[in-house]
Design a protein around this ligand. Sequence first.
Ligand SMILES: C[S@@+](CC[C@H](N)C(=O)[O-])C[C@H]1O[C@@H](n2cnc3c(N)ncnc32)[C@H](O)[C@@H]1O
Length: 378
Amino acid sequence: MSDFRALDRAGFDPALAEYTGILGVDVAPALLALSARIESRKKDFEPENRATNRVRSERVALQKTVHGASLAAARVFRLARRGGRDKDHVMDADTTPHPNAQMHEYWNGLAGEKWVRLEHRLDESLQPFADGLFAAARLHSGERVLDIGCGCGATTLESARRVGPEGRALGVDISAIMLTRARERARELGLGNATFEVVDAQSDPLPAGEFDVVISRFGVMFFAHPEAAFANLLSALRPGGRLAFVCWQKIDANPWMFLPTLAAMQHVAIQRPTDPHAPGPFAFADADRVRGLMERAGWRDVTTSRFEIPFAAGGGGSLDEAVDFMMEMGPAAQALRESDAATRARVREAIYETMKPFERNGGVLMDAAAWIFSARRA
Ligand SMILES: C[S@@+](CC[C@H](N)C(=O)[O-])C[C@H]1O[C@@H](n2cnc3c(N)ncnc32)[C@H](O)[C@@H]1O
């Protein structure tokens, strides 16, 4: 239930809470948390008066974005209920034969190409999550590592370096295009103990008992049947082997994605899965649910820790580059591909205005919140 009075006290229009139910998250706590985080940053900026202005501009951007988006969301919702044009953007049920077919298409198409093109920027901005992951995985020299959804291979290559020539690292992924780049990188770096294979980690058999450690950086949230996938991953480990992965907390704890999404919603209807656990970047936001499915799949000693950092949003790069990234990769991407140039320009401007107050040292720094999970095979 939204806290109207608290919204009012924090300077937000309390009416926001009524409209934004459509977003699928209770927007009041998310806004209050964002607002508190902005306030708490005051002390980070010098001199004092410049700091106050910057904090104020972040707050104003936040309010403008959310207010506009909430009105637009209500409009889209009404149109959809009346059978209007925007209904087409409401996500359809998956009727494809392979349970992960949509993901195969997505990661072998536009998304895969984009990740290859932006490899360096993405790796730089995601590096802190790799650091958190490796701190949890505690790799030793000589160990055999399996990296799930390894993409262009950054964490597989890092694993290969950490376990040394006596150990080895296998990166698996459904995206052939990203694995081609990963193999190229291994060759460039002369890391002969890093190999890559096209494998669906949910449905393809993995070599039984062959690995000491399974890791993943944001590669395990895309399974149609996560419990089956986690049982499959378990089978690849030797008894006593370990698992560590990092995944996103809920979208409203991640302003780097939440705010540009709200901004885009002012102008386009965004696909919103009716199931919050549907495969996608935020599918593992509910840590208790994930722990439950891992335990049912046979994992032991499942632990979760919060990993919350200021994050080089939009794949790193300048403000303009970060905005372009959110246009192509964020939840608005599909709707934008089907939009005319004028709509795209309006969305771009709205995202730009939303991200601008977070510009720092030539990039955009916004808060991000992930979970780090650890577990072991009995
Ligand atoms: C967000 S990207 C992360 C890539 C990489 N781990 C990184 O941090 O740079 C998610 C990756 O998971 C892969 N993926 C999605 N579903 C998969 C599946 N069923 N089996 C294996 N990989 C999968 C995608 O192809 C993509 O490369």
